[in-house]
Design a protein around this ligand. Sequence first.
Ligand SMILES: [Zn+2]
Length: 275
Amino acid sequence: MPELPEVQTVVSTLQPRLAGLTITQVDLRRSDIVQPAGADLCATCLNRTIRAIDRRGKRIVFTLDNDIRFYIHLGMSGQLTIADDSTPERPHTHMVLHARRGQETVALRFRDPRRFGGIFMLSSDSADPLGPEPLTLSSRQLHGLLQKTARPIKNALLDQRLIAGLGNIYVDESLHAAGIHPLTPADRLSPQHAATLNRCIKQVLRRAIRHRGSTLRDYVNADRSPGGFQRLHRVYGREGAPCPNCRRPIERIVLQGRSTHFCPACQPPLGKSKS
Ligand SMILES: [Zn+2]
């Protein structure tokens, strides 16, 4: 599933290509990908200029010149790509948005085979249910958020209402970098642990953004290129392979139905010193 680095990569690619262009046509092939049900995406967007494209958590937020906003969530398999007419359209393309500035025309295609993603209209008074952004979070803030829950730290960090943008890959990688066992109760982390974790989350995310995210299955950037960070994963998807730090085999457990990868030596349970 695309997480913060993948979504940021898409946004950084789309923003210079689409900002300032006027939407001339919206081809919606499946109305059920638009929420709330019955919202008229086409009428809302037609002849409007795209003012900005930003990221919020894992959301790709479009702001139009009339302050109307909507966001696209890539879900598990979503792809948002810039195409020209000569690029064959692939199956499961649910929406094509055409935009123009002068002689310049761009088509933005949204395809999503598994349909966990979608297009979500926002109203001016839509509440933002997401927690703060990890790249700008202070250690004190993170510690305060983690104090609110006794859930395992892995599950707490996946909760988008607590902190927005992290998913399975980058939580596993950040916890390994910080030397924190994924089952550690979130409220048992000391201020020092939280500071280490905060630093590691930022390092992992920034590195992943530099490598244009991770491609495991479906993810591609808006120019249809895959990410490169999957080659640099230290624990995620590496069950049985040696830990890059200590050579012990990486272990995999399942937490709330999600694969969780960690090194039993570098990430000892709380209260046990590193061996
Ligand atoms: Zn290790």
